[in-house]
Design a protein around this ligand. Structure first.
Ligand SMILES: O=C(O)C(=O)[C@@H](O)CO
Ligand SMILES: [Mg+2]
Length: 258
C-alpha cells in the first residue's frame, strides 16, 4: 500500500487551514502537504504539526498573484527576480518545517515572449532552484498540469518534463507526477510511472473526470496502487482531490482498500 499523505489545500476545506491538521489527524493522516502555506507563520504551522504528530511533506514555492490569474511564474522572462525571491521564502518555510520537498509551477506561457526565451527562462530558473535546494538538502520537484484546467500552462506532460531534465542536467530535480493531470494529458499512467520511476519524486492523485476521490471516475486506483508497490515506488502518494461530498465521506475508498 502506498505511503499516503493528504493535501490540506484541497481536502478538509470545511474548516480554516489551521484547523485542517487536527481534522486530518482524526482521519489517521500523519503526513500532510500544503500548496501555499504562506498565509500562516511558519512557527504556527510547526506547532500544529507537532501537536498533531504530523510531518509536512510538500509545499509549493509562491506562484505569483493567484487571484489575478498567475499560476506560477517560473517561465516568465520578466519576473525572474520575483520568482527567485519566492524560492527563498519557500526554502525558509521548508527548513523551519523540516519539509523535504518543494514544488515549482512553471506558470502559463506569457503571450508576449517567444517560446524559446520562455523555455530558457524556465530552465535557468530550475537550474538555480535545483542548486539552492540541494544546498539545503531539499528535493526540487516540478509539476506538469493539464491544459483543460489551466489553458496555456507551460509544463503540461511528462515527456516534456523529462526533456527539460536533460537540459537542466542536475541531479536534484524530479517530476511531481499528478495522476489526475497526466490522465487528462497523456493517459498510460502505470506504464509511464514504471518507465520513469527514477525521475519521479512525488505522486498526487484524483479521479478523472471531476477531480474527485477514487471510484468516482475512470481510473482503477486499486490497480494503480498495486502497480506502484510492485514497481518498488518508495515515495509519497498524496490525496489531492476535491471531495465529492464532505471530506470525511470522501474517504470511504481508503477504508475499503487499506
Ligand atoms: O493543482 C495541482 O495539481 C497542484 O498540485 C497544485 O500544487 C497546484 O497549485
Ligand atoms: Mg497536483
Amino acid at each position: 500500500m502506498p505511503d499516503f499523505a493528504v493535501n490540506l489545500s484541497m481536502l478538509f476545506t470545511e474548516v480554516p487551514l489551521a484547523e485542517r491538521f487536527s481534522a486530518a489527524a482524526e482521519q489517521g493522516f500523519s503526513k500532510v502537504e500544503i500548496q501555499f502555506p504562506y498565509e500562516l507563520p511558519a512557527a504556527q504551522i510547526l506547532d500544529l504539526l507537532q501537536h498533531n504528530k504530523q510531518q509536512l511533506v510538500l509545499l509549493n514555492a509562491p506562484a505569483g498573484d493567484w487571484f489575478s490569474g498567475d499560476r506560477g511564474i517560473a517561465c516568465h522572462p520578466d519576473r525572474v527576480a520575483e520568482f527567485r525571491q519566492g524560492v527563498s521564502l519557500a526554502i525558509d518555510y521548508a527548513k523551519k518545517l523540516n519539509c523535504p520537498n518543494i514544488n515549482i509551477l512553471s506558470g502559463i506561457s506569457p503571450a508576449n515572449y517567444n517560446s524559446k526565451l520562455v523555455r530558457e527562462t524556465f530552465i535557468d530558473n530550475l537550474k538555480f532552484c535545483a542548486e539552492v535546494c540541494a544546498n539545503e538538502n531539499i528535493q526540487l520537484l516540478v509539476e506538469a498540469i493539464n491544459t483543460q484546467d489551466i489553458p496555456g500552462f507551460f509544463l503540461n506532460n511528462s515527456r516534456q518534463a523529462f526533456e527539460l531534465f536533460q537540459a537542466i542536467d542536475h541531479t536534484n530535480i524530479k517530476l511531481q507526477y499528478d495522476i489526475y493531470h497526466m490522465q487528462i494529458m497523456e493517459g498510460n499512467v502505470i506504464q509511464t510511472l514504471r518507465d520513469n520511476l527514477d525521475k519521479i519524486g512525488h505522486i498526487q492523485f484524483a479521479d478523472v473526470p471531476g477531480r474527485h476521490e477514487p471510484q468516482t471516475g475512470e481510473l482503477n486506483f486499486s490497480n494503480i496502487f498495486k502497480a506502484l508497490d510492485d514497481m518498488g515506488y518508495s515515495g509519497i502518494t498524496s490525496l489531492e482531490y476535491n471531495p465529492s461530498a464532505s471530506t470525511a465521506e470522501s474517504l470511504g475508498w481508503l477504508k475499503q482498500i487499506a
